[in-house]
Design a protein around this ligand. Sequence first.
Ligand code: FES
Length: 107
Amino acid sequence: MSEKIKLKITDRQGQKHDVDVEIDSNTNLMEFCRDNSFGVEGFCGGMGSCASCHIHIESSEHYGNPDDDELAMLDDISNSKTNSRLGCQIEINKDIDGIKFEIAQEP
Ligand code: FES
């Protein structure tokens, strides 16, 4: 039986969604949001170079450790905050069970 985790997502209209997602290390938060009608485009295909998957993490324990390339990209986004991440850089695994995040408005 496959294992599931919970995601708590606030969409760009401010609507909150609690969803159960199967753990899949080949999938990241951008892909989940793109494929489930959350309006995330993922223009660069998850290469970390377009920022269309910008999210704000609202659960501090799930902020993770963005690498230098991701931090540089986040620095270039006008509505970036200290809790910003690129959804494509966050794999869907059990470490993020219960993660709460808001899909950032497009700048
Ligand atoms: S999909 Fe382009 S930066 Fe995440």
